[in-house]
Structures are given as C-alpha cells and as structure tokens.
Design a protein around this ligand. Structure first.
Ligand code: VGL
Ligand code: ZN
Length: 208
C-alpha cells in the first residue's frame, strides 16, 4: 500500500497510560503497539492523536452510578452506555500519553469525552452520535481523503472512529496489529466484522 503524504493522515487513538500496563483500564497488550506506531510516523506528514479526557465523576464511570459495576451497560438519554472504571481523568497521570509515544509527531491532539454527561469513543462524534469533535472539519480543510487508524482500543475507540470516518466519505485503513482490543462479550470479533462490512481495510504494519 502506497502512502500519499498529501492526502493521507495517520490517526493515533488514545495511547494513554490508563489504557496500558498498570493503568486503570489496561487493554491487554496495549503497550506493545507503541513501537509499531512510532515506526509509522515518518511515513506521514499529518499525524493526529486522540486523547480520552474525562471530567471527574464522568457519566461513563461505573462509580458515578451507585449499585452498578464496571463493564455493565446502562440506558442513558442518548442510548446504551458501557460503564468503565474511572480512567483518563483530565490532568491526571493516567490521562497522559504513553511515555514512549513520540509525541512530537502530533500535528493536532483531539480531546474527547470532556462533556460530563456524554461519552465519546469516536474521534469524530460523541456517543450521542451528533456532537462533533471538530476532526472532520480539520481533515477536510487539509484535503485529507484517507485515514490510517491505529491505537486503543480496537473494539471501542478505534472501531467508532473508523466507522465514522467511513460514514464521512473517507477511505479508511485500520492497522490491526498496531491496535489492541478490550474484548467484552465478543466485542473484538464483532468489531472486525463491522469494519469489514463497512468497507474498512484491515492491514498489518509490515504491509505499509
Ligand atoms: C475507550 C472505553 C472507554 C477507548 C475509551 O479508548 O477505546 N474505551 N474510554
Ligand atoms: Zn473513556
């Protein structure tokens, strides 16, 4: 696959301490994607990071719903929401990027999940499916036509970002081995199926 520096962008999803070893919502193997992602930066002119950036007591935290446990779902005004351990709280160490991620490569950092009552998995739209993050406008202003997506977690923030990018008319490539899933009740296999159904191309980093 040939990368076009003018019209391709690299979107790196949530490479933050809380999603890595020892973190509050550690994704199995989360740390392992960092060297693959770092190795890809020189191939792109435009790399964008997302950063999960929750208020304390955020609606997506099980701790905000007495009697509810982590990984249960609840019905919110905008639909079903999975409940998570407290993670990526604004300004905490857990919200920082992984110490080995080459942060100098970020042309922009899109923070998400900072509305207290709405979660945001996708880099483009919050979980109410209507509030934009601004990334669509950023990419279109810069003439981006295709996005390469990698990061954490494959079955949540990578999945939603990839599906939204596709729905916005972008070509989408997910770098599967530079991503890792949480895998709740088969969510990782379901994510792979949904991405393929949507016309998203799944590749491994060595093919780029
Ligand atoms: C994520 C669950 C909660 C992710 C973020 O980055 O995939 N998952 N917040
Ligand atoms: Zn989150």
């Amino acid at each position: 696959m040939t990368i076009d520096r003018r019209t391709d962008a690299f979107i790196v999803i949530d490479i933050q301490r809380d999603f890595c070893r020892g973190g509050a919502l550690a994704v199995p193997g989360g740390d392992d994607v960092v060297p693959l992602i770092n190795r890809l930066f020189p191939r792109f002119t435009l790399s964008i990071f997302t950063q999960d950036w929750h208020t304390a007591g955020h609606v997506s935290f099980a701790s905000a719903h007495p009697g509810k446990n982590n990984y249960e779902t609840i019905a919110l005004t905008y639909g079903e929401q999975t409940l998570w351990p407290d993670h990526c709280v604004q300004g905490t160490d857990g919200a920082d990027f992984h110490p080995l991620l080459d942060q100098m490569n970020a042309a922009a950092i899109i923070r998400k999940g900072y509305h207290a009552a709405v979660d945001s998995y996708s880099a483009f739209f919050e979980n109410d499916r209507s509030t934009p993050t601004g990334l669509a406008g950023f990419l279109s202003t810069l003439g981006v036509q295709r996005v390469f997506i990698a990061g954490l977690a494959t079955d949540f923030c990578v999945l939603y970002s990839a599906l939204d990018a596709r729905a916005l008319g972008l070509d989408v490539v997910v770098i599967d081995d530079a991503s890792r899933g949480i895998d709740i009740n088969g969510s990782l296999a379901a994510a792979h199926e949904a991405m393929i159904r949507a016309g998203i191309i799944l590749v491994t980093a060595d093919t780029l």
